[in-house]
Design a protein around this ligand. Structure first.
Ligand code: CAA
Length: 261
């Protein structure tokens, strides 16, 4: 792959969008490689994924404007679907995904970050949905995920005005969970990922499913989903080991490889 780097450190994988000359803009090739990289993750071994951008300036500066500039309506729809399919794959990965936003997260870049479970950023990060300035709507989920993540009114303001915001404002509106000095961002992301990876993987996956699927349901169905997933944790190695060790004051021994029990 030329546009994606994928490295594994223990149970944490780090995926880097690597097209720094174009500020990591997403063209079709980048999207296809991103899709293949996500497919290639060994979900028996990897317990948390961190996504970031190559270089010091940009996470992802959006979908590739050069490529989009000559698309027909049908090609535009297909390009949107290409991005949406891979972002939805990231959003529904069974393991948690952290976006370490190290600079510009504009258009498709903000949309990629929003398809992750958790967003943290550097103090140099800039977020925005500049699409209406280019004569298009956000096309990789921005109208939907931004309105769900921050308030609908704030999402509409950001999208209609196409105004970029800095890290402190992104933090204030709840778009990111934390802001770090640039040099501290990846260590913080890796520390958070390692903290997630050391917890019981069946339970962590069940939490992700409960939160994500539950948010799309009415509250009674969502509570019933939580009951099912809560129940599914019992009799698993992690539950037996985790609770047994609490009772005997020992340290739990996690299974080295993920299995569904
Ligand atoms: N697509 C293609 N190329 C891009 C790009 C993008 N989205 N963003 C940056 N680049 C390229 C530039 O063309 C430039 O390439 P050259 O050196 O070959 O000229 C290189 O990256 C560096 O960019 P700049 O010289 O512009 O860097 P800057 O520091 O002056 O500005 C910036 C940085 C403010 C991010 C500016 O590049 C910019 O505004 N980029 C576009 C941001 C944008 O509008 N993103 C949304 C795209 S639409 C979208 O994403 C739709 C969707 O929802 C799917």
């Amino acid at each position: 792959m030329s546009f994606i780097n994928l490295e594994t450190q223990g149970a944490v994988a780090v995926l880097t969008i690597n097209r720094p000359k174009a500020l990591n803009a997403l063209n079709s090739s980048v999207l296809e490689e991103l899709d293949a990289a996500v497919d290639s993750l060994d979900l028996d071994a990897v317990r948390c994924l961190v996504i970031t951008g190559a270089g010091e300036k940009s996470f992802v500066a959006g979908a590739d404007i050069g490529e989009m500039s000559s698309l027909t309506k049908a090609e535009g729809t297909a390009f949107g679907k290409k991005g949406n399919d891979v972002f939805r794959k990231i959003e529904t990965l069974p393991i948690p995904v952290i976006a370490a936003v190290n600079g510009f997260a504009l258009g498709g870049g903000n949309e990629l970050a929003m398809s992750c479970d958790i967003r943290i950023c550097s103090d140099t990060a800039v977020f925005g949905q500049p699409e209406v300035g280019l004569g298009i709507t956000p096309g990789f989920g921005g109208t939907q995920r931004l309105a769900r993540l921050v308030s609908p009114g704030m999402a509409k303001q950001l999208i209609y005005t196409a105004r970029n915001i800095k890290a402190d404002e992104a933090y204030r509106i709840g778009l990111v969970n934390a802001v770090y000095p640039a040099e501290d961002l990846m260590p913080a992301a890796m520390k958070m990922a390692a903290g997630i990876a050391k917890n019981a993987p069946i339970a962590v996956r069940a939490c992700k499913k409960a939160i994500n699927d539950g948010l799309d349901m009415d509250i009674d169905s969502a509570i019933a989903l939580e009951e099912d997933l809560f129940g599914s944790c019992f009799e698993t190695h992690d539950q037996v080991e985790g609770m047994g060790c609490f009772m005997s004051r020992e340290k739990p021994k996690p299974k080295p490889v993920f299995t569904n029990n």
